[in-house]
Ligand binder design. Structure first.
Ligand SMILES: *Cc1c(COP(=O)(O)O)cnc(C)c1O
Length: 233
């Protein structure tokens, strides 16, 4: 390995993929049902490239501005990369987000539905969206309250949004498993396994500290940052 290579990036990728496979096997699932979204926020392009070279194709960012600075160049080099927006999205950034991202994980309110629909109509791009749910109703966090899910699903579908499923970030200091199980139950309760505009009944849940638990509880998308790229400063 050359000295300029990001030490261990490919090894870490292999390790995370192995752990996803092991958790899937334990849950009697196929590993290919689970999409690994490599969350590259705060990571510069030079450290992202080794993962792309190693075969990783799905990446996540949490800020439109940072993604706009890094990804157009990378996408020009690697056109089959799929970019996922995992952070809170302001309505005034909807147009830029729709132009840049292939999947949005943070649709959480009617005003954002409206902004996204307008941006998608203008660009002709249809970007599938997960509805983010704030299960513990933490005030500092994005996400739709549980009581608002049904209305938001209805409004998004009526507006022509392609729903990808539900997404959540559980409270940082609590055991995540009950929240993952609850998200899966809510997706089933709200018929997100069989919806007219839906591409799948997706469940976007699980991060570096808990993605194996999420896989065992039905995650279709795990969003993993520090386990792949090292700790963020
Ligand atoms: C940063 C982030 C992740 C990845 O977190 P890690 O703990 O580094 O794996 C996943 N989801 C969201 C919404 C994030 O902001």
């Amino acid at each position: 390995m050359m000295a300029s290579d990001q030490p261990g990036a490919t090894e870490r990728l292999r390790d995370v993929c192995d752990r996803i496979s092991a958790a899937a096997a334990l849950a009697r699932r196929h590993a290919d049902e689970i999409a690994l979204v490599a969350v590259s926020k705060t990571v510069d392009a030079a450290a992202i490239v080794p993962l792309i070279a190693a075969g990783q194709r799905r990446f996540g960012e949490n800020r439109v501005q940072e993604a706009a600075a890094k990804w157009p160049t990378l996408k020009a080099r690697f056109p089959d990369v799929e970019l996922h927006m995992v952070g809170q999205l302001q309505s005034n950034k909807a147009a830029e987000a729709v132009a840049l991202f292939d999947v949005i994980h943070s649709l959480d309110r009617p005003s954002l539905v409206a902004a996204l629909v307008k941006a998608m109509a203008e660009t002709g791009r249809q970007v599938p969206c997960f509805i983010q749910v704030n299960l513990a109703e933490e005030t500092q966090k994005g996400g739709c309250p549980v009581d608002g899910i049904a209305d938001l699903i209805r409004f998004a579908q009526a507006s022509g949004i392609t729903l990808a499923g539900l997404m959540t970030v559980p409270p940082a200091t609590l055991e995540p498993a009950p929240y993952f199980a609850l998200l899966a139950k809510l997706a089933a309760d709200h018929g997100l396994r069989d919806i007219p505009n839906g591409i799948s009944g997706g469940l976007s849940m699980g991060m570096s500290a808990d993605f194996e638990t999420a896989v065992m509880l039905g995650a279709t998308h795990v969003r993993v940052g520090s386990a792949l790229f090292g700790g963020r400063t």
